[in-house]
Write a new protein. Structure first.
Length: 371
């Protein structure tokens, strides 16, 4: 079906159009998940040049923008573990130090096996730990966020491409994954029926077991899902129809939260993201806006290293960070998961105070500190 509409349009049409009124300000969490692939269509010299450009331009661009907590805009860089290169990752570490960004796990694989998947994940975790990336849970175990390459999480491509591993959610969970940030994938046929949701999917032997799941809710009952080793939390981004941007002036375009050179972040898009109101059930006062991009690619990096990003944040903070009706919070993938769990546990007040609620940055291993 065209643009995978058969998979997600029914859920979109059934959605509630408006949120109930809330007491106090509405908190808006902005999380940019960057499928950061500096080797895309280039060699190592090109990849290093791309990182140098980000290091030079991104920290100064975001310097003057601060959210309700005094935090600047950040990216979570989901870097492909199969493309690990020490020199490139050293540059990425420098970029994170200068901008407040964090690094999580991205993986492209095809015709894989559970054993092959686990080997790749273990190697990626080991590589990233050298740089102080990833986080620890209260028990001290290494934890990470995940995005699947080519959108094919849990062998979800109808032609069985770009994965090969059934029960992938369970394997991810066993290796330390605390949440997946792949969705939405439309117009890819890997798109799930569940949209605009924060939910726990149960792993199974069938492909695309994350097609449905149990939504995260405020209250103790969710701990059943959070602690279930067969379930994985999925934090989705916005998916709907954008009637303000129409093809040939008639057909609405798909809004999937992708930030590109031809579709940069704008206030019109932000208003649509807000109307799709992704939130923990019972907490409509806190809206999760998970966006994605391929920011290392030259045609897209111009958005984040130039005027489009500057203008967006100026207008965002001016319009939605008054402290009375709205508060903006720039969050990483890790922080958004932490805030979600705090809401599940009934925590109140500004969500910014729960950025490190369960998962804290691990830092470099003792042997590598000062190296």
């Amino acid at each position: 079906m065209y643009k995978a509409l058969d998979k997600w349009l029914p859920a979109y049409l059934r959605r509630k159009r408006r949120l109930p009124p809330t007491d106090g300000p509405t908190d808006i969490l902005i999380c940019v998940c960057d499928h950061f692939e500096p080797f895309h269509d280039t060699d190592k010299d090109g990849a290093l040049a791309r990182l140098d450009s980000w290091i030079e331009k991104f920290p100064p661009l975001i310097r003057d923008f601060k959210d309700a907590d005094g935090i600047r805009p950040r990216h979570t860089f989901f870097y492909p573990i199969e493309q690990y290169d020490r020199d490139v990752i050293d540059r990425l570490e420098k970029l994170c130090d200068a901008s407040g960004g964090e690094v999580e796990i991205h993986l492209h694989h095809n015709n894989d096996t559970p054993e092959g998947l686990r080997e790749k994940l273990d190697q990626g975790i080991s590589d990233f730990r050298k740089h102080g990336f990833l986080s620890r849970d209260p028990a001290g175990a290494i934890r990470y966020a995940f995005i699947h390459g080519d959108w094919a999480l849990d062998d979800s491509h109808p032609d069985a491409r770009h994965c090969g591993v059934r029960n992938e959610l369970r394997h991810l969970r066993e290796s330390g994954c605390y949440a997946d940030f792949t969705m939405p994938s439309a117009p890819s046929p890997t798109q799930t029926r569940t949209i605009n949701s924060l939910y726990y999917a149960k792993s199974s032997d069938r492909p695309k077991s994350h097609d449905t799941g149990e939504r995260a809710s405020a209250g103790d009952a969710t701990h059943t899902y959070r602690d279930d080793p067969e379930r994985l939390l999925l934090i989705q981004g916005p998916l709907g129809l954008n009637w303000e941007r129409r093809k040939r002036g008639v057909i609405p375009r798909i809004e999937n939260g992708d930030l590109t050179s031809v579709n940069p972040p704008t206030m019109d898009r932000l208003r649509l993201w807000l109307r799709l109101h992704n939130h923990v059930v019972g907490r409509p006062d806190t809206l999760f806006i998970k966006l994605h991009t391929h920011g290392a690619i030259d045609r897209n990096s111009s958005v984040f290293l130039g005027n489009p990003y500057r203008i967006f944040h100026e207008e965002l903070l001016r319009t939605y960070n008054d402290g009375e009706r709205y508060r903006v919070h720039y969050v990483t993938a890790r922080e958004s998961a932490n805030i979600l769990h705090a809401l599940e546990d009934g925590k109140t007040g500004s969500p910014g105070q729960y950025r490190d609620y369960l998962y804290k940055l691990a830092g470099k291993p003792e042997a590598d500190r000062g190296a």
